[in-house]
Design a protein around this ligand. Structure first.
Ligand SMILES: Nc1ncnc2c1ncn2[C@@H]1O[C@H](COP(=O)(O)OP(=O)(O)OP(=O)(O)O)[C@@H](O)[C@H]1O
Length: 608
């Protein structure tokens, strides 16, 4: 079955990763798609906007108050203590109000941002889990993990930091410029000379940062993919003493990611420091020009004080917007990648309108009618395959590795669609059966059954709470797994680690047999375990197979011929075709390919 296949060469998920050549239309479509998630929160955004406005006003009026205190009181020689005290009190009120409004604005934005991203993550997971197997053949798991985790995290930063910065800092800038012109239009005019310089630097860095960021993300995604793949295949790495080679490859990936990161940080620091330097130069410039004006008594000292404070505050939002630029760059990349991922359609889709097969009347007849199938164009895997299986029949499928046995089964589960011909259950094309129903009709026991982190009970009923604990225990007793399970420390409540690594191959198979008993599919596919089971467990597995196959159409991919010698019919496959079929006895008497496989298995105890 597909999950047990040796990993086929996967693409570097370039279909979703490469954002270098994204058109404007695509970028704006991605932006519209993601920001549509923010639409339900319009009211809250309006409130955030209002709080931001109030917080800015409270902050920016503070230097103005000081200017009034200096020019209208201290320097005017009024020595009005009550007025000074009043100004101090209003100043304090502004400080407190600034704090309160900033608090509400921040909290609300975090709430909204987290909600938006949680919804995107949920939809993304739902979307990915509906995609066809051909998609998972193409995309490395590590890259998908990156999309689900870090790309959505970048969006989180966008909604909680970038948006805030654009809103708060953008408005602050506008207010400061307005206040500066109000205080002294000439000095404000001088300050505006700086604007094109700042814009020039920002634009210059913009394209450079985009590339650097893209490279860092690609390196990170490769590193994660490499790590995930290695962890999944750790037993193989250890068995073949590949640790050194893998370590070397990891070090290389790690070094590249490190290099990309360092470059990103360096560029960032250079950018920020240039801004700080520009800010300090501007203050010196204003002190000089404004100081002269104060000497010449064309400007009040309080105005100069307020100006210097505003110039400082003027650079702060510009600096912060440009700092957020980095996140904005990554946000556009992440939005684009997520949008592409969302736009990938499931190749295997339910028919419209569905022609459902009534579950109660399913008999379990299976027909492969002149099936042609290939994973990649031009490389056929099944050639005009014709196979008809009666309801309740037990079929053994044998053949050398790569003969197409698993592909045949994948078509029945509709993990892939045929290119020509059809696969039918009780005469209905599997493409006409809704997938949810099909997967209830066809049950799968994999060669290396997949177990989730969770208790044995949950693993048997696949987290379906409507199936009672008693039914699960009954099913386990039925397949003979009960004695093995009760021997475990917590019995049925034993928590299995990832992929059930605490259990033996045989135990895992028995648990998946129990799943079959619980879910009662009419057709059973069994990809028999090649792992050498001890004779006791092998016996248990064999009798469990006899039990669960009763009353079901059963297709067994046999790696050990002993499993299927009793089958009603054995199908022998070679290079995508059925070359022989019959009972074990008939096939041996034919002295053909099966007999060769059989005598080979007598020597090696394994076929395929
Ligand atoms: N997901 C896939 N993408 C591309 N090619 C595939 C994929 N799965 C299988 N193939 C190719 O299709 C052919 C048939 O493979 P299949 O897994 O059906 O054979 P099999 O008889 O089940 O082999 P085994 O006994 O090793 O499991 C092989 O050449 C294989 O490389």
């Amino acid at each position: 079955m597909p999950p047990e296949k040796p990993e086929r060469a996967k693409t570097d998920s370039s279909e979703i990763s490469s954002s270098y050549n994204v058109s404007k239309e695509e970028r704006s479509a991605a932006f519209r798609f993601i920001t549509a998630y923010a639409r339900p929160f319009r009211g809250r955004f309006a409130l955030i906007f209002l709080f931001t406005l109030l917080a800015i006003a409270a902050d920016l009026l503070q230097p103005y108050l000081v200017k009034i205190a200096i020019d209208d009181n201290l320097l005017a020689g009024r020595n009005d203590y009550r007025m000074l005290l009043g100004i101090c009190a209003v100043y304090l009120i502004f400080v407190v109000l600034g704090l309160v409004f900033t608090y509400f604005q921040n909290n609300m934005l975090q709430y909204v941002g987290q909600h938006i991203v949680a919804r995107i993550r949920k939809d993304l997971f739902r979307h990915i889990s509906k995609l066809s197997m051909s998609f998972f053949d193409r995309f490395p798991n590590g890259s998908l993990v990156t999309h689900v985790s870090s790309d959505t995290e970048t969006l989180n930063q966008f909604f909680t930091q970038v948006l805030l910065s654009l809103m708060r800092d953008g408005m602050t800038l506008l207010f400061i410029v307005a206040l500066m012109f109000h205080l002294d239009p000439v000095l404000a005019g001088y300050s505006m000379i700086l604007l094109p310089i700042i814009a020039g630097i920002a634009i210059g860095f913009r394209s450079y940062m985009r590339r650097i960021y893209q490279i860092t993300r690609t390196q990170l995604s490769r590193l994660i993919a490499f790590t995930a793949e290695n962890l999944a295949g750790m037993n193989l790495i250890q068995a073949f003493h590949q640790q050194k080679e893998q370590q070397r490859s990891f070090d290389e990936q790690n070094r590249r990611y490190f290099g990309a990161n360092v470059r990103e940080v360096r560029t960032n620091v250079l950018f920020n420091r240039s801004f700080d330097m520009l800010g300090n130069l501007s203050i010196a410039f204003i002190v000089w020009v404004g100081g002269m004006a104060v000497f010449e008594r064309t400007m009040e000292f309080g105005v100069l004080y307020a100006f210097i404070t505003y110039i400082r505050q003027f650079f702060q939002p510009i600096n912060s917007i440009t700092q957020q630029w980095n996140t904005l760059q990554s946000t556009t990349v992440s939005m684009d990648r997520l949008w592409r991922l969302f736009m990938i359609p499931a190749e295997v889709r339910d028919a419209e309108p569905p022609k459902a097969l009534p579950a109660v009347s399913v008999q379990g007849r299976v027909d492969y009618d002149h099936v042609r199938f290939s994973y990649q164009e031009g490389i056929p895997v099944l050639h005009d395959l014709d196979l008809h299986i009666a309801a309740g029949e037990m079929i053994g499928i044998v053949g050398a590795t790569g003969a197409g046995k698993s592909s045949l089964m994948s078509l029945l589960c509709r993990f892939y669609d045929v290119q020509e011909g059809s696969v039918r259950i009780d005469g209905t094309d599997v493409r006409d059966i809704p997938q949810a129903k099909l997967h209830r009709i066809v049950g799968l026991v994999q060669q290396e059954p997949f177990l989730y982190s969770g208790s044995i009970i949950d693993n048997v009923r696949l987290f379906d709470e409507s199936i009672s604990r008693e039914d699960v225990i009954k099913a386990c007793r039925f397949v003979g797994a009960d004695s093995l399970i009760t021997r475990l420390q917590d019995g049925y409540d034993t928590r299995l680690s990832e992929r059930g690594s605490g259990l033996s191959a045989g135990e895992r198979q028995l648990i998946s047999f129990a799943r079959i008993v619980v879910f009662r599919p009419k057709i059973l596919i069994l990809d028999e375990a090649t792992a050498n089971l001890d004779s006791y467990t092998e016996q248990l597995v064999q009798s469990a197979l006899q039990i669960v196959s009763k009353g079901r159409t059963t297709l067994v991919i046999a790696h050990r011929l002993s499993t299927i010698m009793q089958a009603d019919r054995i199908i022998v496959m070679k290079r995508g075709e059925i070359v022989e079929q019959g009972t074990h006895r008939q096939l041996l008497d034919r002295k053909g390919y099966y007999e060769q496989l059989y005598s080979h298995s007598q020597g090696t105890h394994a076929v395929g």
